[in-house]
Design a protein around this ligand. Structure first.
Ligand code: MG
Length: 202
């Protein structure tokens, strides 16, 4: 399986990092070694001094697809979840300055936290509230209605470049409020009122 991530899909987050609002989706990938399950611990890698959480709605692909039209995207996923795109911001900033690829800052081991999956039925995917609680306080909150590119548009766009396979995950971008994590932080993610993941930082 592969993990496809979307960058800068919320205006307020693009602004907080001084990035332009994109005219087409910004994409990057993480390998399967980036996967981290909810309920465990995340060890801050030694190569960064500025590790950020980015809470994101994610989609699990349930059917093989290529050149999917946006109106048919709904047929290619049945479950969604919430996760964290962990980012070594100090390394990413250096790579961005030089125009180099982001992988070292984004695709390292355990950089993709994945919560429990919930069926998309009964959810209004175009108006879904989600949040990240850090040490008991709201740190990030977002709503899918603020996405620049909707889930269905993202699936269509991504499938022009990459064949989507069963089990692939799409991280759909983070809202504003990203911040540094420290040892012994406790992170919890919610979609509406339902807890989707928790994680200790070590
Ligand atoms: Mg992200």
């Amino acid at each position: 399986m592969k993990i496809i991530c979307v960058g800068r899909n919320y205006k307020e987050h693009a602004r907080e990092l001084n990035n332009d609002i994109p005219k087409e989706p910004v994409l990057f990938l993480k390998p399967d070694t980036a996967l981290l399950r909810s309920g465990g611990e995340f060890y801050i890698p030694e190569f960064t001094n500025d590790l950020h959480h980015e809470v994101e709605i994610l989609v699990k692909i349930s059917k093989v697809g290529k050149y999917i039209q946006p109106e048919f995207s709904k047929n290619y996923y049945s479950e969604i979840s919430l996760g964290i795109d962990f980012t070594a911001r100090d390394i990413q900033n250096k790579l961005k300055e030089k125009g180099l690829p982001w992988e070292k800052s984004k695709a390292f081991d355990h950089s993709a936290l994945v919560g429990k999956f919930i069926p998309k039925e009964n959810l209004n995917l175009s108006n879904l509230h989600f949040s990240l609680i850090k040490n008991g306080k709201i740190q990030q909150k977002g709503n899918t209605s603020d996405m620049i590119f909707s889930i269905d548009r993202l699936i269509s766009y991504i499938s022009q470049f990459f064949t989507l396979k069963v089990g692939d995950l799409i991280f759909t971008g983070t809202p504003a409020g990203v911040s540094k994590v420290e040892e012994n932080d406790f992170l919890e993610g919610f979609i509406e009122e339902e807890k989707i993941f928790d994680l200790w930082i070590r």
